[in-house]
Design a protein around this ligand. Structure first.
Ligand SMILES: Nc1ncnc2c1ncn2[C@@H]1O[C@H](COP(=O)(O)OP(=O)(O)O)[C@@H](O)[C@H]1O
Ligand SMILES: Cc1ncc(C[n+]2csc(CCOP(=O)(O)OP(=O)(O)O)c2C)c(N)n1
Ligand SMILES: [Mg+2]
Ligand SMILES: [Mg+2]
Ligand SMILES: [Mg+2]
Length: 343
């Protein structure tokens, strides 16, 4: 590393802190003091969360380019704002780097991070930079806002509600699987067929469903909402637990990412595993009263956004279940990515 942390911070953030641009985003004091100061919009509540990307856990050299790491760290955080029906406004970025980290690599990570922030109107207002004896750890803290009292929680689902998702599932896990195989299997190198490239993109450059999240908030027709980071089965269980209900998901209605079956065939994998348990699709999973469904569909099509109904909410005792194409119903285990699973 050619810089001390002060030089590195200047290098990464210097030309992004022009007063005018920042002020237009409500930033009163940006990077450079002990903390940032932002204006609060009247009538809004603050929504805050953070998510981390850890080398070896969330990315490997064979799965993500440097720019992708930064992009996805920001995207996964904006996704949690969308899952609350909130608009992401500000981000703080904590970066822990090995002492011999390559400055150019860090610059590329930041370029991806800013690319995503700009796409969704998020201002980076601060962070922290430290060394670590391990690999790269990148944590984004996101601050957003929502009209007071209107945040969308996991806890509002009611029996009889329709269950929906905002887009295709399984793509990220398929892309990851392809990339991991490609790392070791020479036959998978070379130009990617277009469909596989889309799956890889779903893994490396997920787009948070910010417009859908805000629309769900505005319409007031969404009763429970969650974003899919750990996998559909896991997020469905979270809504079921928080709301004290059961969920019945129809396998036939699940929207599969394009090219999923072909990729699964090529890798001798089960596409349903990716859809149910793969995770990192960053689509929104929610519920709405059956009677409000037509209005919700209209609102979504009015904005050119997809909405897929995949099941319904049932009584608590029934748990989360999957209806197979042959009509049989089976429990859907709360399985998904588990950071502390035995190896
Ligand atoms: N170490 C921690 N300390 C305090 N709160 C935490 C910690 N880790 C997670 N949380 C909180 O627990 C909740 C669930 O976290 P998580 O499962 O990571 O959510 P998501 O999958 O939506 O990112 C969130 O409210 C989050 O802020
Ligand atoms: C090399 C590699 N192996 C496995 C994965 C899959 N993976 C890692 S973390 C994760 C779940 C999502 O991350 P988490 O930190 O749990 O996010 P959160 O639920 O807090 O938003 C998944 C599916 C990956 N992205 N990269
Ligand atoms: Mg989290
Ligand atoms: Mg979430
Ligand atoms: Mg998250």
């Amino acid at each position: 590393m050619q810089h001390d942390e002060f030089g590195l911070i200047r290098l990464l953030t210097g030309d992004r802190q022009q007063a005018d641009g920042m002020r237009s985003q409500g930033v009163v004091v940006g990077i450079g003091d002990d903390a940032a100061v932002t204006a609060l919009s009247p009538g809004m509540q603050l929504v805050a969360s953070c998510d981390t990307m850890t080398e070896g856990i969330h990315f490997l050299p064979v799965t993500m380019r440097d720019e992708d790491i930064g992009f996805k760290a920001m995207a996964s955080n904006i996704s949690d704002m969308a899952a609350m029906g909130a608009k992401a406004r500000y981000a703080l970025v904590a970066l822990s780097l090995p002492k011999d980290a390559d400055t150019e690599q860090i610059r590329r990570i930041y370029a991806g991070l800013y690319e995503c922030a700009d796409l969704f109107g998020v201002a980076v207002i601060g962070g922290d930079t430290t060394s670590t004896r391990g690999g790269i750890v990148l944590t984004v803290t996101i601050l957003g806002e929502v009209p007071a009292g209107r945040a969308l929680l996991r806890s509002g689902a009611k029996p009889g509600d329709a269950v929906f998702v905002t887009g295709p599932l399984g793509g990220s896990a398929a892309g990851l699987s392809y990339l991991l195989h490609r790392g070791t299997d020479a036959a998978l190198w070379g130009e990617l067929p277009a469909e596989t490239a889309e799956l890889v993109r779903a893994h490396t450059r997920p787009l948070p469903q910010a417009a859908a999240g805000e629309l769900l908030q505005r319409t007031g027709l969404c009763r429970a909402l969650n974003d899919i980071s750990d996998g559909l089965a896991s997020e469905a269980a979270e809504i079921a637990e928080a709301s004290g209900v059961g969920l019945l998901i129809a396998e036939e209605k699940l929207p599969l990412a394009e090219g999923l079956r072909a990729c699964a065939e090529k890798l001798a994998a089960d596409p349903l595993e990716w859809v149910l348990y793969g995770g990192e699709d960053y689509q929104l999973l929610g519920t709405a009263a059956e009677a409000d469904l037509a209005a919700l569909r209209e609102a979504f099509s009015g904005e050119g956004l997809p909405l897929h109904v995949i099941g319904r909410v049932t009584a608590a005792g029934e748990g989360v279940r999957l209806q197979r194409p042959d009509g049989t119903v089976q429990p859907l285990p709360k399985r998904g990515y588990n950071h502390f699973a035995a190896k």
